[in-house]
Ligand binder design. Structure first.
Ligand SMILES: NC(=O)c1ccc[n+]([C@@H]2O[C@H](COP(=O)([O-])OP(=O)(O)OC[C@H]3O[C@@H](n4cnc5c(N)ncnc54)[C@H](OP(=O)(O)O)[C@@H]3O)[C@@H](O)[C@H]2O)c1
Length: 251
């Protein structure tokens, strides 16, 4: 299937590792120009160099999403560098954690406001064919480990995406969500859990009927499809990519 993504311009936050990097690479392989950010300069430079080798225009900067001013000025600069904007994936997360109110605030600032600020700046600049894919988690839709900011705020993102999708559909701009189940990334969260909390890791894999965690590329493929004109009539959807990890029936 031709995803018809070639020539489009995408901004992805947190795209030097894991799922964000896989999304950048997958889109670049489809001929999409990319702007990305992360906090580690070496990794930004290496990722940009790798993307450019795929023959696309790539631009990256060191930005901490928690710094509103730096984040917003990077978004504006990215649009300028790309010559416009068609696709947006706010991918950065504060991650899970149970260290009280501080964690709730960090998660709200990074996951929720990082997404909202990006959408508010970029949506008015998008034209017919624009698309956004939020990154939630199956932790938003079913019981997961314990009450924590991550689970609740990821749920809020799905709600936000649905409302955006209704508002912007008449402009022919689509907004969807991907909710990954556990994804195994070298040196990522589940790799750490495998090393330091092997029981939690084994129990979690045991709950996935396909018998393993997802790869970052499997998540990126779903994101690329939802962003593409091939998914041109899909908006307001929340696609779970989880190998059967969630048990509830979606109607
Ligand atoms: N992995 C999973 O099992 C899983 C499951 C469900 C949902 N998700 C979601 O998928 C998304 C990506 O997760 P991941 O596991 O791929 O993460 P990851 O491997 O930890 O990568 C995160 C990326 O974001 C960057 N980053 C982190 N904090 C940042 C900040 N404050 N400002 C700017 N950049 C920042 C990181 O680079 P620097 O550290 O250099 O900044 C890196 O490029 C998240 O929204 C996560 O909640 C993941």
């Amino acid at each position: 299937m031709d995803l018809q993504l070639s020539g489009k311009r995408a901004i992805i936050t947190g795209a030097t590792k894991g799922i964000g990097k896989a999304i950048a690479q997958t889109l670049a392989q489809e001929g999409v120009d990319i702007a990305l950010c992360a906090r580690n300069l070496d990794e930004v430079e290496t990722t940009i160099a790798g993307l450019k080798q795929l023959g696309i225009n790539a631009y990256g900067e060191v930005v901490d999403i928690q710094n509103k001013q730096a984040y917003e000025s990077w978004l504006a600069k990215s649009v300028e560098q790309l010559g416009g904007i068609d696709l947006f994936v706010p991918n950065v997360s504060a991650g899970g954690g149970m260290d009280g109110e501080e964690n709730w605030q960090r998660c709200f600032e990074i996951d929720m406001l990082g997404t909202v600020r990006g959408c508010e700046i970029l949506l008015p600049l998008m034209k017919d064919g624009g698309a956004i894919c939020l990154i939630s988690s199956t932790a938003a839709v079913e019981n997961f480990i314990a009450p924590q900011a991550y689970n609740s705020i990821k749920a809020g993102l799905i709600n936000y995406a649905k409302h955006l999708s209704q508002l912007h559909a008449p402009r022919k701009i689509r907004v969807n969500t991907v909710s990954p189940g556990p994804v195994f990334i070298e040196e990522g969260a589940w790799d750490q859990i495998k090393e330091h909390m092997p029981e939690l890791y084994d129990t979690t894999v045991g709950q996935i009927p396909m018998g393993r965690m997802a790869s970052a590329e499997e998540i990126a493929n779903g994101v690329a499809f939802l962003l593409s004109p091939a998914a041109g009539f899909i908006t307001g959807a929340n696609l779970r990519i989880d190998g059967g990890f969630t048990k509830g029936i979606q109607y």
